[in-house]
Write a protein that binds this ligand. Structure first.
Ligand code: ITT
Length: 198
């Protein structure tokens, strides 16, 4: 029994492998499954995009396919970059520049709401084509400056008050316990066990 995870993002995949390791199923990336697809994520929500990715791969592979659509939502920027997190300023732009740009834009709103969060929607397609979703968030604040070298993407600029650290200063285990992805995948593990009758 195996799960194909429809992602090309290695930062996500590292966390996903760790979170799913006790599920008792082999977890392989799209690449490891020999599937190479350029998927157009033209949905308008995290849920729609997660399902588009999972379904595109499932049509090629069958079996159980999961996908993760996630992003950083900054309230004072009207929810940006949100579902455009990967595409924000173009896929080629470094996260050093993307992160500094978000901090600069948020600084214009100084004194106002610094609240922000990572959101993750997980979609699963079961062997019979049934679709499941789970979604979770990790609440934080836009950091004053980037900090930390763990994780990936926007982790250095999301400050997590309960840890007094950014998401990039947490170990992977600490992050997985509280993260959007950790919580959404734990909920998906429960749904899969229930639906697959184990
Ligand atoms: P796949 O679609 O192949 O999975 P992707 O990176 O394009 O990879 P998304 O469209 O879901 O994935 O975009 C998610 C982006 O949101 C990701 O590239 C990061 O910039 C950001 N992001 C999501 N989760 C994050 C996390 O835990 N830490 C830091 N940044 C995160």
């Amino acid at each position: 029994n195996r799960i194909i995870f429809a992602t090309g993002n290695e930062g996500k995949m590292r966390e996903i492998r760790e979170i799913l390791k006790d599920l008792g199923m082999e977890v392989c990336s799209m690449k490891e499954a020999g599937i190479c697809l350029d998927i157009e994520e033209n949905g308008t929500t995290f849920g729609e995009n997660a399902e588009i990715k999972a379904m595109s791969v499932w049509k090629k592979s069958g079996g159980i396919v999961l996908a993760d659509d996630s992003g950083l939502v900054v309230d004072c920027l009207g929810g940006e970059p949100g579902i455009y997190s990967a595409r924000y300023m173009g896929e080629e732009t470094s996260y050093e520049i993307k992160n500094q740009t978000i901090l600069n834009r948020a600084a214009l709103f100084e004194g106002e709401d610094r609240s922000a969060r990572f959101v993750c929607n997980i979609a699963a397609i079961l062997p019979d084509g049934r679709v499941l979703h789970t979604e979770a968030a990790m609440e934080g604040l836009v950091a004053d400056k980037p900090a930390g070298g763990e994780g990936f993407g926007y982790d250095p600029i999301l400050y997590i008050p309960e840890f007094h650290m950014t998401a990039a200063e947490l170990t992977m285990d600490q992050k997985n316990r509280i993260s959007h992805r950790g919580k959404a995948l734990e909920a998906m593990k429960d749904k899969l066990k229930e639906q697959l009758g184990e």
